[in-house]
Ligand binder design. Structure first.
Ligand code: NAD
Length: 259
């Protein structure tokens, strides 16, 4: 067992099932000696998250739907009441209506636009505001983003626009929270087959295309994203804030591929 996160407590939001990137991150944080706290989105997810939490020795499992201010506040209050201080907060949450991930972007509805931004971007601000006071020794806030924030990825649509907002939130939060020694960074992961990713039309074609073009000639393993989160969450990442780090087998550097 290595010890990069020994003595640190990490709150991880966004484990839905075994395929969630957040679960790979929970496993890596556990391997590195962190105390882990997980959240679940409503009763429907509770049993699965409790089961997965047991596998990574989670010390606490809390309910938190990030569209509800009261649930974010209750989560922070529960931790405060137990005198829990946090060192790492991992935000691994996004949502958009399925129809907005298949029809042309120009047809995005007002409601669909607002929903995607609320869950996928504003929630980072809300979670940071609620948890920063618990990071009494400073710490690291992390989130997950995707290339669709900065390039057009067919069918990613409103989620790309929400990820652009999320990446901008990372920079503004890094500026606000730097004085409290809290670093804020995003990891831009290559495409990975998860429940959320399956909602994107033609996702398997994206996986094929990426592995053909990426310099490493393969797709991204969630464990690689998790190890980058270990780096950013640990003291090794102490000089890095306000950044987006790509863990994508190098795909984002490519323009045209001759092959
Ligand atoms: P996932 O479906 O396993 O995880 C998404 C999580 O978001 C789930 O746990 C879900 O419960 C949570 N969520 C959605 N709405 C919520 C709400 N209102 N309140 C609380 N939680 C809510 O899929 P994933 O691929 O592991 O996604 C995790 C993150 O990684 C997302 O931000 C996603 O955009 C990002 N990401 C994924 C990929 C990919 O290809 N899978 C690539 C880059 C970035």
């Amino acid at each position: 067992m290595s010890t990069l996160l020994q003595g640190k407590t990490a709150l991880i939001l966004g484990v839905a099932n075994r395929w969630s990137i957040a679960y790979a991150i929970a496993q890596a944080f556990h391997r590195e000696g962190a105390r882990i706290i997980l959240t679940y989105q409503g009763e429907r997810q509770r049993a699965t998250v409790e089961e997965l939490g047991a596998e990574v020795g989670a010390v606490r499992i809390l309910n938190c739907d990030v569209t509800k201010d009261a649930e974010i506040a209750a989560m922070a209050e529960a931790l405060q009441a137990e005198n829990t201080s946090l060192d790492v907060v991992m935000h691994s949450i996004a949502f958009a209506n399925r129809e907005d991930l298949s029809r042309p972007f120009v047809e995005t509805s007002r409601e669909g636009f607002a929903l995607a931004h609320d869950v996928s971007a504003f929630s980072l601000v809300a979670v940071a505001r609620a948890t920063a006071p618990l990071m009494v020794n400073g710490g690291a806030i992390l989130t997950l983003t995707y290339l669709g924030a900065v390039r057009v990825v067919e069918n990613y649509n409103v989620m790309g626009v929400a990820k652009a907002a999320l990446e901008s939130c990372v920079r503004y939060l890094a500026h606000d929270l730097g004085a409290a020694k809290i670093r804020v960074n995003a990891i831009s992961a290559g495409p990975i087959k998860t429940t959320s990713a399956r909602g994107i039309k033609d996702f398997s074609k994206v996986l094929e295309g990426v592995s053909a073009v990426a310099p490493l000639k393969r797709n991204t393993d969630p464990a690689e994203v998790a190890d980058a989160a270990v780096f950013l969450g640990s003291d090794l990442g102490r000089g890095v804030t306000g950044n987006v780090i790509y863990v994508d087998a190098g795909f984002q550097i490519m323009a045209l591929s001759a092959g």
